[in-house]
Design a binder for this molecule. Structure first.
Ligand code: GAR
Length: 209
């Protein structure tokens, strides 16, 4: 199976979806879960499933470059074929990202390229969107700007607030992230030389703007 290292900062519900897929026979093995937040519940989820849970507190490092150097050393000790960001809330340096070309995925709670960055649900509501969602993408040096692989769409409903909308989106995240990691583990998904995601035996929709 494909060796995976997952990075989390919080609840880790997307991590849980990946763990569940793995336990149901998906062809990947999460070798370790790493969090920059010592109290992240994602670490507890890892421990409950017998997975190594590592803390690398960014507050212990003087700058982004030194944190990222320590982070890639820790990751590389597990020799993963894929790094997945699962609610990892630190901006990564280009040097770090370029160390994992075509081998790092992120899930972002918006229909990219819309609403890069934070507070995506509130921003979608404020803009009067009737549709919102989540995107899985390859990570490149451009924050939330890497090539989109798969998106899930949900309606924005009357009476929604950021919480109800986030919950509706999160439910779909738990479907699309394991799907994409499975494709990658099956050797069907790659980032082409010209920076496009390619799925063997399937068609990836262009993100709609
Ligand atoms: C998810 O909604 C994920 O898309 C988002 O954080 C949440 C983590 O939830 N990620 C980002 O905002 C990345 N900038 P989880 O810890 O329960 O998986």
């Amino acid at each position: 199976p494909l060796a995976v290292v997952a990075l989390v900062s919080g609840s880790g519900s997307n991590l849980q979806a990946l763990i569940d897929a793995q336990e149901q026979g998906a062809p990947f093995q999460i070798r370790a879960v790493i969090s920059n937040e010592p109290g992240a519940f994602g670490l507890e989820r890892a421990r409950r499933h017998g997975l190594p849970a590592e803390i690398l507190n960014h507050r212990d490092y003087p700058d982004r470059a030194s944190f990222d150097a320590a982070l890639s050393a820790l990751i590389d000790g597990y020799d993963p074929g894929l790094v997945v960001l699962a609610g990892f809330m630190r901006i990564l340096t280009p040097a770090f990202v370029e160390h994992y070309p075509g081998r790092m995925l992120n899930i972002h709670p918006s229909l990219l390229p819309k609403y890069q960055g934070l507070h995506t649900h509130q921003r979608a509501l404020d803009a009067g969107e009737v549709e919102h969602g989540a995107s899985v993408h390859f990570v490149t040096a451009e924050l939330d700007g890497g090539p989109v692989i798969l998106q899930a769409r949900v309606p924005v409903l009357p009476g929604d607030d950021a919480g109800t909308l986030a919950a509706r989106v999160l439910k779909q995240e738990h479907v699309i992230y394991p799907t994409v990691v499975r494709w990658f583990a099956e050797g069907r998904l790659r980032l082409s030389q010209d920076g496009r995601p390619v799925l063997d035996g399937g068609v990836l929709a262009e993100p709609r703007r």
